[in-house]
Each structure stands twice: as C-alpha cells, then as structure tokens.
Design a protein around this ligand. Structure first.
Ligand code: PEP
Ligand code: MG
Length: 579
C-alpha cells in the first residue's frame, strides 16, 4: 500500500518496521492534602533534574554525531526546563491548586503549546514540538517510565512514530535505523532537519501511518518523493533496491565535490551558494558544500514573537552566519521582506485586496525607516565579521533604490559619529523580482553592486499567476520564454555595467535551468542546501562555450515545454544526476 507524505530527507530505506509507540501517560488530577504539597514540589523538581541530566547526555551524543550547532537544540530543551516562567508556573500551580505534579505540568504545558501553535509562522509553530518533547519526558519520569533505547536493534529498522522527538532523533544510529516515517511534522520540524543532517531517509506528515503499520511489516521509505510502502510487492522491492544502489553511488560521488570549486569542464568558475532562513541553516549549507550564502531571509528573525528583534539580537544572528563561513565567503543578507503572505502579529498592517501587490518589503521599510534603520545598523555592524553584502527586496524603481541607499547613508553616518566599526565598502545589491525592475535593469545596474534575480516572485508578476494558486500553476513556469528573456536582460545589463548577477529564486537550483542560466552568463546560483552538490556535479560536466549557443537557441523558442525538452535532450548529464 502506498502512503504519500512530505519528503523530509532524501534517499531510500528498506527494512522491518519498528513502531515507536509513545507510552501514554494518562494524567489523573489528584487533590493534595496541605502537608503533601511541599513533597510534591520536591518530586517534580527531582524529575526535572533527572530530565535535565538525560538531556545533557543526549546533547553530548548529538554533539558527537551532528556537531555543535545541532546539539544546541538540546541546550534549548534544557533551557525550557530551567525557565522559571515554565517550571515556575508548574510549581506555582502545584502549590496554589494543591494538585499533583502531572496535572499541573499538563495544564501549564497545554497553555504554552497553544500559544506557540497559534502563531503565524510555521517555524515557531513547530517549536511547540520542543515543549511537547520536554514536557513528555518529565511526565514519563513522573509516571515512573524510563527512557527506551533506540540503539539496540539487531538489524536496521524503519522507525514509525507519531512524531519523532528531537531527542529520539539524536539517539538514532544510522547503522541501526535505516529510515523513519511519522504521522506529523513538516519539512522544517526538528526531526526533519536532523534527518537531513544525519542523512537518514525520512517521510513526515503521513497522517495515520502509525495505525496502518505493525511491528515487523516490511517497509520502503522513499524520502526523495515522500512515499512510504507497507508490505510492497517483490517487484517494487527489487526496483527500490536498484534505486537505492544508484542513489548511494551518486551521493558518494557528490560528497567528493564538497570542497571543490564550482567550475565548468572548460574552466569557467561560478559561485554555488545557499538560501537560509536562520543561523542554524548556515551550518547545513556549509556541510553541503555551499560557498557562501546568496539569500538570508531575515524576516524569520522577526516572525513568531511579539516584538521587534533588537539591533543586538539581529547583529548576533548576522554575525553568527558570517562567522560560520569565514572572511572570504559571500553572505548576502536581505533586508526585511514582510507583507504579502508574511505578517508580524505586533505590526499593524492595513487590510489589502492584493497583499502581494501591496505594502510589503522595501515599500514598508521606506515608510517605516525606524524599523529599517535598526536592521541596517545591525547588518553594517556585522559587516566587519565577514564578506557581508546587503540586498534590498522588491525594488521596482530607481527612486526606491536611491531612497533605500539614502537611509543606508544616514545609518552609516550615525555609526561613524558613534565610532562603531562597519565595512564602508560593503556591497549593496538588489533583488530583481518585479518585471519593472528587469526592464530598467540597465539603469539600476549603474547604482548597485549586484543583482540577485528572485524568480519566485518574478515569475508570478510576469505571468500574473499567483505562485500559490494551483489552478494557474500551468502559467507559473520558469521556462516560459517571457521569463527567460527577462532573466537574460537582467544578466546582460549587469555585465554591461561591470556588475555581477546572481539568482536566489528556486529556479537557480533547477538542474534543467542551470545550463541555460550558465549560458546566459549568470555568476552566482543560490539554492537550498541539498541542491548545491547535485548542481556542482552538473556544472563540472558542462561546457560554458557550448551553453552560450544553447542559451541563444532557447531564447528563440516559443514554449516552456519545447525549451525543457530541448535542454534535457542536449544535456544528457541532467538525467544522470537527477535519477
Ligand atoms: C524570490 O522571490 O525569488 C525570492 C527569492 O524571494 P522570496 O521567495 O522570499 O519571496
Ligand atoms: Mg521574493
């Protein structure tokens, strides 16, 4: 039987199912006699201490297996248990309501989880899982249930769980756990992030898989397509064994390229960098061979909280990313791109008929220079810690670009007066994601250091086709001739002015698009971390000189289908890398 979920970590896993059933603790509320209250608080504190000690051990394991940054998740868990707002509230409840620790813990935790889950931002919603994980641990210990080991399987298993907690994931041993599949979770849940870092194939969000599979069932986890099969046919098993062999051989080949340059067969060097949403992502980017960061979406720093991040908080985050990569590697920090579908609960925004055409990104920042300036100060301060570059989103006219640069000049002045160091030569670029900007790219190019083409938006605005509307997705086509011609115009305009052009929309990591973009002369390709090595493998097989002719031909073609077919026929390496 086939199950479709969310592809969380690519690769294929096969083996007997092992159901990781949560031992349900049923919490019965019990009223305490006055003389029992102190003892109950002590019992609670002892179990919290036990949980903290366990987490210290798990953290150390995670540090050894996954590195310092991943281990930080457990520092965050420990902090939850040391947070007086949380454990203090539970202690208070035991005392004030004279109830048992289990009941107090559950009530306070439910409240905390509700607050996190009601947040707009997926990342923060998924942090509710952290609190659930930590409280679950304490609850189990209160109920006398001790930790179970995930390291003693006699043969590699496929783990099935409602949700694999980060602490479960950190204890996974790749030799013992071939893959996992869970009922809940998204691509950015910790279990998914960790599965990717540990390279354990995983599918999440499979609603109902826990009830469908039994211990010992034979399972296939297709982490590349987000599919799971329970007791598949022999034929399907054989075809997956074949896929797995090929996949592993290819991964091993990719790995060899981690520290290599991104250079074509005829010696043309480009930059393969990564898109990130927070400092944690930079670790994965580095591990996957990214040569820097081509898009740091800073809005995630602003989301899922109830006030603006301070200048210092921002500075620390930007500096952390810069330091991760060292002095040379480019780190492109995009200024706040809020509005559209991204809202801040603490910033009142007007109701709009068309938010994607409304008050967002640079438009908002130019109106609210108080918000904008804090961010610019933080970015400038971080600029002395690496090769930091600033990038404005959603610029549609030269006036906006000049206004933004004016604010930047004012902020630089303020820093100068205050004797705060920054890199006065920090490169300043802009995204090209509005057709108007692409059309006047020759004018804009004179006043920026670089362009980064944001195809996610550029396609939707060019085709007047909402990037999130399935019904018009046939129009939302990166290979549409209108889109390709605009991209080409932008690259040529940049080069004519002696500037570099990059791309940070999803298209930059598309293996079929890469030869066309290389042929047009794109200098920098920014993509999700896991796309970097396949892209590098492809680039190293390509011949830049031939691609120039390929791009010229493509620019004369009339339909997206024709273009895709043509490129995939011409460049056989795409198929070799893709499957
Ligand atoms: C884009 O529009 O291509 C882009 C990279 O920005 P975002 O996806 O954040 O809108
Ligand atoms: Mg965009």
């Amino acid at each position: 039987m086939e199950w479709k979920g969310i592809a969380a970590a690519s690769g294929y896993a096969m083996g007997p199912a092992f159901l990781l059933k949560e031992e349900k603790v049923t919490v019965a509320k019990r009223t305490l006699k006055p003389e029992e209250v102190d003892m109950e608080v002590k019992r609670f504190d002892a179990k919290v201490q036990q949980a903290i000690s366990e987490l210290e051990v798990i953290k150390e394991k995670a540090r050894q297996k996954l590195g310092d940054e991943e281990a930080e998740i457990f520092s965050a868990h420990i902090l939850v248990l040391q947070d007086p707002e949380y454990t203090g509230a539970i202690r208070e409840k035991i005392k004030s309501d004279a109830v048992n620790a289990e009941a107090a813990l559950q009530e306070v935790t439910d409240n905390f989880i509700m607050i996190f889950e009601s947040m707009d931002n997926e990342y923060m919603r998924e942090r509710a899982a952290d609190i659930r994980d930590v409280s679950g641990r304490v609850l189990q210990r209160l109920a006398g249930i001790e930790e179970k080991s995930l390291e003693n399987f006699s043969e590699p298993v496929v783990l099935i769980a409602n949700d694999l907690t980060p602490s479960d994931t950190a204890q996974l041993n790749r030799d013992k756990v071939a893959g996992f599949a869970t009922n809940i979770g998204g691509r950015t849940s910790h279990s998914a992030i960790m599965a990717r870092s540990m390279e354990i194939p995983a599918v999440v969000g499979l609603k109902g898989i826990v009830d469908a599979a039994k211990d010992g069932d034979y399972l296939i986890v297709d982490g590349s397509q987000g599919l799971v099969y329970i007791n598949p046919s022999e034929e399907l098993k054989a075809s997956y064994h074949e896929k797995q062999k090929k996949y592993e051989a290819r991964q091993a080949e990719f790995k060899k390229l981690k520290d290599e340059h991104s250079i074509t067969a005829d010696g043309h060097r480009i930059e393969l960098v990564s898109n990130i949403g927070n400092p944690q992502d930079a670790v994965g980017a580095k591990r996957n061979g990214a040569e820097g960061i081509g898009l740091y979406r800073t809005e995630f720093l602003y989301m899922g909280r109830d006030n603006f991040p301070t200048e210092d908080e921002q500075f620390e985050a930007y500096k952390a990313v810069a330091e991760q990569f060292g002095k040379e590697s480019p780190i492109v920090i995009r200024s706040l791109d809020i509005g559209g579908d991204k809202h801040l609960p603490y910033l009142e925004m007007p109701e709009e008929m068309n938010p994607f055409l409304g008050y967002r990104a640079i438009r908002l920042c130019l109106d609210r220079t108080d918000i904008f300036k804090v961010q610019l100060r933080a970015i400038l301060r971080a600029s002395v810690f690496g090769n930091v570059k600033l990038m404005y989103p959603m610029i549609s006219s030269i006036t906006e670009l000049r206004q933004a640069n004016q604010v930047l000049a004012e902020v630089k002045n303020e820093l100068r007066v205050a004797n705060i160091p920054f890199n006065d030569k920090m490169e300043v670029g802009m995204m090209i994601e509005i057709p108007a900007a692409a059309v006047i790219a020759d004018q804009l190019a004179k006043e920026v250091d670089f362009f980064s083409i944001g195809t996610n938006d550029l396609i939707q605005y060019t085709m007047a086709a909402d990037r999130m509307n399935e019904r018009v997705s046939y129009l939302y086509q990166p290979f549409n001739p209108a889109v390709l011609r605009l991209i080409n115009m932008v690259i040529q305009a940049a080069h004519k002015a002696g500037k570099w052009a990059g791309m940070c929309g999803e298209m930059a990591g598309n293996l079929t698009a890469i030869p066309i973009l290389l042929g047009m002369g794109l200098d920098e390709f920014s993509m999700s971390a896991s796309s970097v090595l396949p892209a590098r493998a492809l680039v190293r097989k390509l011949n830049r000189a031939e691609l120039t002719t390929l791009a010229e031909k493509v620019l004369e073609m009339e339909t997206a289908e024709e273009i895709k077919l043509f490129v995939e026929e011409q460049i056989t390496a795409i198929a070799q890398i893709q499957d």
